[in-house]
Design a protein around this ligand. Structure first.
Ligand code: ADP
Ligand code: ADP
Ligand code: MG
Length: 475
């Protein structure tokens, strides 16, 4: 096993990885930008190295600074977390050249899956269903229009290098195609420095259902069940749960097998996620594979009892997986709520600020992954996600009730977050029935926000009472 690992990330995921390393008695090196001097991951690591100014491009994306830090501190591996350099094959190659293990799949595999258009082709070759669409990339807007006219509207224009819901446009009529193509391409160039585009048929009202994969270097590839990530805003996930209410055991087996096939087709090693959209008719289609640990991995950890970061480290150290497909046991139901520093009433505008008072939930079946502490000032330079609340319970209804009470206990005073919105979603009749899809927030936001206004004036609301108690104790 590794002696010392550098964690090339920040925030809750850096803390999550640190915790695992400490349990495995591996030393840790944190890296931080000038804006993160007092961050929790810096405080918890065995040692910490400043890698540059606040801007991510100058620090957390600065491969040279990170590798220099790893070499200077004698690290034998680097864990990239998610975001930043986690899907950067060039960085993975540089690690290799420096004799440092990159904790993730091989650079060729990252490349293959990183181009979503190429990944589609590979899946088609291996009989994994993909959404009908372009067979390769589209060079011009006219080409895209021709194909869209042929396969029929609505369609979804997508950036081959895309991620985080960016570089994507829905198009409903032939007139809208060309301007949308140009706009999506411009966004892709701005976000990823790459304007390669492709096109898929827009599946209407689908669920987003993904499978967690683990594969070792000894020929074992397994899946650890699915996550339903349909509660999204701007094509980005807000809440995730497992199991998915819409899967019958037969469909779960079919999709799980397809996910394992996809990973095998790619020659995958380590932790990865195969994402599908599932139509209301029960047809599923591959959309992409993420070659890294994912934000919502704790949901899977809760229902399988498997520490996915630990497994990532074991696979990277050439050890076999500690379990076979048959040995993975699924128990109960888990839900995650991402808590972002943002204002849902203002189009989910990010709202960084200082945390004046913090109370995190706890108790039976509640896990909180966060790097927040009281007095911490969230930075406008990075992602707005500040915490993840995860609950586990014997069944879905109990998990919903547990999440409601966990969110009622949560107090983050000083910054706006989406916690109240998440709390209200947990009372929505369609959510409670498990009858929802990726359009849920778009279709219900106004209603949810009006409930929010009502709840603010409602003294009986548990959150309001809790907040009042906290405020009066402070003054
Ligand atoms: P996921 O399914 O894990 O959400 P996405 O492709 O939507 O996958 O995005 C990756 C995640 O990585 C985002 O949700 C976000 O929280 C995180 N992320 C993206 N960019 C950054 C960044 N610059 N810093 C930290 N985290 C980031
Ligand atoms: P990213 O790389 O940004 O995560 P994805 O390809 O995973 O992009 O798509 C992000 C989200 O967009 C999905 O979770 C889903 O909600 C929606 N989406 C993607 N492809 C389709 C499609 N063909 N039809 C309908 N919705 C889609
Ligand atoms: Mg995705």
């Amino acid at each position: 096993m590794f002696k010392r690992i550098l964690i090339a990330n920040r925030g809750e995921i850096a803390v999550r990885i640190l915790r695992c390393c400490r349990e495995m008695e591996i030393e840790t090196v944190a890296v931080y930008s000038e804006a993160d001097r007092t961050a929790l991951h810096v405080q918890l690591a065995t040692q910490a190295v400043c890698i540059g100014p606040a801007k991510a491009a100058d620090s957390y994306l600065n491969a040279q600074a990170i590798l220099t830090a790893a070499l200077k501190t004698g690290c034998d591996a680097i864990h990239p977390g998610f975001g930043f350099l986690s899907e950067n094959s060039e960085f993975a190659r540089l690690c290799q050249e420096c004799g440092i293990v990159f904790i993730g799949p091989r650079p060729e595999v990252i490349d293959m899956m990183g181009n979503k258009s190429a990944a589609r082709r590979l899946m088609q070759q291996h009989n994994v269903p993909v959404v009908p669409g372009s067979s390769g990339s589209l060079d011009t807007a006219e080409q895209a229009k021709e194909l869209a006219d042929q396969i029929g509207y609505p369609v979804l224009l997508k950036a081959a290098a895309g991620g985080g819901g960016r570089g994507m446009r829905r198009v409903f009529t032939t007139e809208e195609l060309i301007p949308n193509f140009e706009a999506a391409r411009a966004e892709a160039v701005a976000c990823f420095g790459d304007g390669e585009m492709y096109l898929e048929k827009l599946v209407l009202n689908p669920r987003h259902v993904e499978f967690q994969i683990m594969a070792d270097e000894h020929g074992n590839t397994v899946h650890l069940g699915e996550r339903d990530c349909s509660i999204q805003r701007k094509n980005q996930k807000l809440m995730e749960e497992s199991p998915c209410k819409a899967l019958s055991p037969a469909l779960r087996k079919q999709m799980g097998d397809a996910a394992v096939n996809a990973a095998k087709a790619a020659g995958y090693t380590g932790a990865g996620t195969v994402e599908f959209v599932l139509s209301p008719e029960g047809e599923f289609y591959f959309i992409e594979m993420n070659t890294r640990i994912q934000v919502e991995h704790p949901v899977t950890e809760m229902i399988t009892g498997i520490d996915l970061i630990r497994e990532q480290l074991r696979v990277a150290a050439h050890l076999p997986l500690g379990f076979t497909q048959e040995e993975i046991q699924f128990s109960g139901h888990a839900i995650e709520c991402r808590i972002n520093a943002e204002n849902p009433a203002k189009g989910f505008l990010p709202c960084p600020g200082k945390v004046n008072f913090l109370h995190l939930p706890g108790g039976c079946g509640v896990r909180v992954d966060t790097a927040l502490y009281q007095g911490y000032e969230t930075s406008p330079f990075y992602d707005s996600m500040v915490a993840k609340i995860i609950v586990h319970a014997p069944n879905r209804l109990q998990a919903i009730r547990r999440m409601r009470r966990a969110l009622e206990e949560l107090v983050i005073d000083g910054i706006d977050t989406g916690a109240e919105l998440a709390h209200l979603i947990l009372y929505h009749p369609d959510f409670m029935k498990g009858n929802y899809n990726t359009a849920f927030i778009e279709q219900n936001l106004d209603q949810l926000l009006s409930w929010h206004e009502q709840a603010k004036g409602d003294d009986a609301s548990c959150t309001a009472r809790f907040n009042n108690a906290v405020n009066s104790s402070q003054h």
